[in-house]
Design a protein around this ligand. Structure first.
Ligand code: SF4
Length: 331
């Protein structure tokens, strides 16, 4: 059985996008980043394959833009291009990302024929007002329809969401996460909204018509969303920077960016657990957590240990192999 999973990403910046989503800067980037030629795609795949160890599950991932908005003949051209890698067993399957309003049975039949396994939809929100204010050009009904067709056709469904879009709230974000689970998503990605140069959102921000979340609020909104996915068994593939955001050359104007956003988030979850469960004043606190959680329980830069030190003189946090998830023991 293959152990690790690796994606070989092929980027089509804003290719065939029918709308300008307010937060997306791929339109700007695409003037500098071109669509790769078939020769460049095969060259890139070969280079990746040289570095991937055996016993790895490999997927070719067509990211960026709206794959299924391309004419069927173009979609087929790209899918055919990578078939030799599937037939030879060097690559196991294909992943594509697209929009909810560009899924129909004809397209799904084509994707199925060419070994596409995962279809990721940029849902972003399941609230129609948030979708409208974000210039998405589709509704919640499109998300439900596409998710239903994708699952019925036997694909693995990914539904990406954003936190803090115009019109969003903590309750709406959590409702989006719950709907993503209800729709049977296999995986998700969570992107806090950032204000990036050369986007409609940057204009709204300049005119003071949009205020991005603070880092603290972004963590507070994202924590219940993340825990909801964990509890419902939806794999969180990424938390943090949206891949459409080119932050080089001062492109980031405002918003809750942190290079270790996921680490901060998991530290925040543990801080909440400690605040809820550790209330008395102690001389010494010894807390045991699952090995995988040790760094997050201690907190980013030791922040949770520092909080506990306001409660007890001596704080010891160690790992215990018998514990898992957010289980902990305190003595
Ligand atoms: S967010 Fe996705 S659908 Fe919207 S413009 Fe960017 S690449 Fe296209």
């Amino acid at each position: 059985m293959k152990q690790k999973h690796v994606n070989i990403p092929i980027f089509f910046p804003q290719r065939s996008c029918p709308h300008q989503c307010v937060f997306c800067n791929q339109q700007h980037i695409s003037s500098r980043v071109h669509i790769p030629s078939t020769k460049e795609i095969t060259h890139s795949i070969e280079q990746y394959l040289h570095t991937i160890p055996p016993e790895t599950e490999v997927q070719i991932a067509f990211f960026g833009g709206t794959f299924t908005a391309m004419p069927l003949s173009e979609q087929e051209e790209y899918l055919q291009l990578v078939q030799p890698y599937i037939r030879s067993g060097r690559v196991q399957s294909i992943r594509i990302s697209t929009r909810p309003d560009y899924i129909d049975n004809e397209t799904l039949a084509l994707l199925k024929h060419y070994s596409v396994l995962d279809i990721e939809l940029g849902a972003q929100s399941t609230n129609d007002e948030v979708l409208r204010q974000s210039g998405r050009g589709h509704t919640q009904a499109d998300i439900v329809n596409a998710a239903t067709l994708i699952r019925r056709a036997g694909f693995r469904l990914g539904l990406q969401m954003m936190i803090g879009l115009p019109g969003d709230s903590a309750q709406r974000a959590l409702h989006t996460a719950q709907t993503i689970c209800d729709l049977g998503a296999h995986s998700t990605r969570i992107y806090p909204t950032l204000v990036v140069a050369h986007t409609p959102l940057a204009e709204l921000w300049r005119k003071e018509l949009y205020t991005p979340l603070s880092l603290e609020d972004a963590l507070a909104w994202t924590a219940p969303v993340y825990q909801n996915f964990e509890q419902r068994g939806v794999q969180v593939l990424r938390v943090g920077l949206h891949p459409s955001s080119d932050l080089s050359n001062g492109a980031l104007l405002a918003g809750p960016y942190h290079s270790s956003f996921k680490e901060l988030l998991l530290s925040y979850v543990w801080l909440h657990i400690f605040k809820t469960n550790v209330q008395k004043s102690y001389e010494t606190i010894h807390i045991e957590v699952a090995p995988a959680q040790l760094n997050f329980a201690i907190g980013h830069g030791g922040s949770n240990r520092k909080f506990l030190q306001t409660i007890a003189k001596h704080v010891v946090i160690t790992a215990h192999a018998e514990l898992s998830g957010y289980e902990f023991r305190m003595c």
